[in-house]
Ligand binder design. Structure first.
Ligand code: SF4
Ligand code: SF4
Length: 333
């Protein structure tokens, strides 16, 4: 990925933007290490608020379609994120949903178990660490020194990026690996792009690239699910075979099984393969097939050992799932 002969004016112009996420995806760009020098040599980064002092009016002034690509990480929660996603869509020929939050809604999407009012009530009034005697909650408009300060609104529902704008490609992961980012940038620069809508990672289950795959039994009949801290895990044996809930069978490959290599189970951040619509549903169906009992009470006892089922099965994908959110009253704005 080199392009040293081009001048800055000739380079493809790209943007990076951070919506509702933790910042880890921005770190992942920095994790390109020396590869980032190739990226900087090959493209002209014209908008990257976390690293460079460009402002929104600068983007608004750009011609429509003048950006080769916008890499947008994070889910969509606020009106500002929605406006920026739409603006970057207009200015960009290619939009990449960068990371699990943008692709699937991600961990911030678990907030779809609540709504704006219940979140504000907990965070600004009830949390033990909150000191807020006047019960002030975020407002979208505030008078300051004779002027009115307008602030972004906070939606009831967290959305994945493709639920608010058209997305051309998806880079999975929490965050995506440097290898996948490098390959995606290379594909963009070379014009050697797969069909629109492609997830830029192998379309097979993680188990197929896992170094422990040979120890994964064909048939498992578990009568208990263990959490990693409850036992000393063998470093060579399939984690499912050890009774630990590893979501590798339901999860797209491409991360090189980094969590498993760290002796931790896969938690599903690469999302599903193209053959699966609902990651949590697929994972649940896989788990159900592992339960070693046909007795209803025993099945309930075994499954009860999975803590926080929604947080386990839909950790990265609740907004993009068939469920999307918990219904609270009639609202889901
Ligand atoms: S995908 Fe993971 S690393 Fe990226 S912003 Fe979301 S939580 Fe952070
Ligand atoms: S279940 Fe987990 S540990 Fe076992 S082979 Fe699949 S990814 Fe590897």
């Amino acid at each position: 990925m080199t392009n040293t002969a081009t001048t800055a004016a000739e380079k493809p112009r790209v943007a990076f933007y951070w919506c509702a996420g933790c910042g880890g995806c921005e770190e992942a760009v920095v994790d390109l290490a020396e590869q980032i020098l190739d990226v900087v040599a090959a493209v002209d980064i014209v908008f990257w608020p976390v690293a460079l002092d460009f402002k929104r009016p600068g983007v608004e002034a750009m011609a429509d379609g003048s950006l080769a690509a916008a890499f947008i990480n994070g889910a969509i929660r606020t009106s500002e994120q929605l406006e920026m996603a739409r603006l970057l869509r207009t200015k960009s020929r290619v939009v990449v949903a960068f990371g699990a939050c943008a692709q699937l809604g991600g961990i911030p999407g678990l907030a779809n178990l609540w709504d704006r009012n219940s979140i504000f009530q907990t965070v600004y009034r009830e949390a033990p660490s909150t000191a807020n005697p006047d019960g002030v909650t975020p407002q979208t408009s505030q008078p300051v020194d004779g002027e009115t300060l307008e602030l972004p609104s906070f939606a009831d529902t967290v959305r994945a990026l493709d639920q608010v704008i058209e997305v051309d490609y998806y880079l999975p992961g929490c965050p995506p690996t440097a290898k996948l980012i490098g390959e995606a940038v290379h594909a963009l620069l070379s014009g050697n792009l797969p069909p629109r809508g492609t997830v830029l990672a192998p379309d097979r289950a993680l188990c197929e690239e896992c170094p422990r795959k040979d120890s994964k039994p064909q048939d498992l009949a578990l009568n208990a699910f263990k959490r990693p801290h409850e036992l000393i895990l063998d470093r060579q044996t399939c984690l499912l075979a050890q009774g630990v809930l590893c979501l590798g069978p339901a999860t797209r490959a491409g991360c090189e099984a980094r969590c498993v290599q760290g002796n931790m189970p896969c938690s599903g951040c690469f999302g599903p393969t193209s053959r699966v619509k609902d990651f949590g549903g697929k994972a649940l169906s896989g788990i159900a097939s592992l339960v070693g009992s046909t007795d209803e009470q025993e099945i309930i006892r075994i499954l009860d050992q999975i803590p926080d089922p929604v947080g386990t099965l839909y950790r990265y994908s609740l907004p993009s799932s068939l469920l999307q959110r918990r219904r609270i009253g009639a609202k889901s704005a």
